[in-house]
Write a new protein. Structure first.
Length: 339
C-alpha cells in the first residue's frame, strides 16, 4: 500500500498535521499487518502528480494507493493511476462537484477508484463555534475567522460549519473571514490587522493549529479579550488549551489515514465498506478538546500513542451492524484502561 502524502516530511511552519496522518496511518497498518510506503510531496502538487505517475508505472504495483485532493490535484492523479491495477482511495479532501462532473464518481469511469473517506469538517466547525459561543456567556458573538487557502475543500467546509451555527444563533455574526496559507506567521499578521479593524470582536477561530496559535499571539499582543479556538489539536496547541490560552481545539483530523487503513483492511478481507456507510464515507468523529480534557487527550494520543488500538474499528475483527463508527472514545477509553 502506498500513501501519496501531500505534506512535508519535516515540520516547516504549517504544523505537523501530515506527519501525524502518516504516524497514525503507520500504526494502523502495523495493527493489520499491512505494508505501508509513504511518499511526501512537500506541499508541491506537481511533485505529487509525478509521484502518482511513477507509482502507476510500477511493474510491481501496490494493492492500494491512498491519495489526497490537495491543491485540486486529485483528478489528474486519478487519471494517471487509472491504468494501474492498484485500488485507489481518496482521503481528507473530497473532490469538488465540478471535479466530480469532470471525472465521475467512485467505481464509475475510473473503476479502480473504490472510495473516499473525509472527516465531517462542516460538523466539526459547527461544534467548535457552538462551544466558543457557549463560553462567551451572555455576550453577543462578534466573530473573526481565519481559514486555509480557498482551493482546499476542507478549509471551506470548516468555515461553512461555523457559519451554519452563527446563522441560526441570535446576536452572533462573522465580522470577517480571511484566507491564509496555514502558517503561524501569516495568521499572526492577519489577526493583528483584523483585531484593529474590529475592536469589538470577542471570538476568533482558525482552521489549523499553527494559525490558531498565531491568532492567539495577536490577541495577546493587543491585550484583547477574545476567545480563540481552532482545528487540529497538535501537541503545542493542546498545551495552550491546558494552560488556558486557546479556548478549544477540534481534534482528530490526523486519524483520517488510520480510518483509511481500517476500511482497506476490511475491504481486502472481503467486507466492502460500501455496504457499511457507502463508498463515500464522511464520519463525524471530530471532538472538542477544552481545558478539562486536554491533558488526558494529549497523554493518550501523544505520550502513549504507540498503544492506540485501531483494530477496535474493524468490522472483520469486531463485527457490528450499521455504518463504521470512528468515535475517538474507543481509542481514548481503550488506551486509558490499558494504562
Amino acid at each position: 500500500m502506498v500513501f501519496l502524502n501531500p505534506g512535508e516530511a519535516v515540520q516547516r511552519g504549517t504544523g505537523q498535521h501530515w506527519q501525524l496522518v502518516s504516524r497514525f496511518m503507520a500504526l494502523a497498518a502495523r495493527t493489520f499487518n499491512m505494508q505501508l510506503e509513504i511518499l511526501y510531496a512537500e506541499r508541491d502538487h506537481l511533485l505529487m502528480q509525478r509521484q502518482a505517475e511513477e507509482v502507476a508505472r510500477r511493474t510491481d504495483a501496490p494493492d492500494y494507493v491512498v491519495i489526497v485532493n490537495e491543491k485540486m490535484a486529485a483528478p489528474r492523479m486519478l487519471r494517471s493511476l487509472a491504468r494501474s491495477p492498484a485500488k485507489l482511495l481518496l482521503i481528507h479532501n473530497d473532490l469538488t462537484p465540478g471535479q466530480r462532473h469532470e471525472v465521475g464518481n467512485e467505481r464509475q469511469l475510473i473503476t479502480n477508484w473504490i472510495g473516499t473517506v473525509t472527516a465531517n469538517a462542516e460538523q466539526g466547525g459547527y461544534r467548535l463555534m457552538q462551544f466558543l459561543y457557549q463560553r462567551l456567556g451572555q455576550s453577543a458573538a462578534q466573530v473573526i475567522g481565519i481559514t486555509g487557502d480557498p482551493n482546499t475543500p476542507v478549509s471551506l467546509e470548516r468555515a461553512a460549519g461555523v457559519e451554519a451555527f452563527l446563522s441560526q444563533t441570535p446576536n452572533a455574526r462573522t465580522r470577517q473571514l480571511v484566507f491564509s496559507d496555514w502558517s503561524y506567521a501569516d495568521s499572526d499578521q492577519k489577526a493583528r490587522v483584523l483585531l484593529a479593524r474590529y475592536p469589538d470582536a470577542n471570538v476568533m477561530w482558525a482552521a489549523n493549529d499553527s494559525m490558531a496559535l498565531g491568532a492567539l499571539d495577536a490577541v495577546r499582543a493587543r491585550n484583547a479579550r477574545v476567545l480563540v479556538g481552532g482545528v487540529g489539536a497538535l501537541q503545542e496547541a493542546l498545551a495552550s488549551v491546558a494552560d488556558g490560552g486557546l479556548a478549544a481545539m477540534m481534534a482528530g483530523d490526523y486519524f483520517i489515514g488510520a480510518w483509511a487503513m481500517v476500511l482497506l483492511h476490511d475491504y481486502h478481507q472481503g467486507k466492502d465498506f460500501a455496504a457499511a456507510g457507502g463508498i463515500r464515507q464522511k464520519p463525524d468523529f471530530l471532538k472538542v478538546i477544552q481545558r478539562e480534557n486536554a491533558a488526558r487527550y494529549a497523554d493518550v494520543v501523544f505520550q502513549r500513542g504507540e498503544a492506540l488500538d485501531f483494530g477496535a474499528y474493524s468490522k472483520i475483527m469486531h463485527p457490528r451492524p450499521g455504518p463504521y463508527d470512528f468515535s475517538l472514545e474507543y481509542l481514548l477509553n481503550a488506551t486509558s484502561k490499558a494504562s
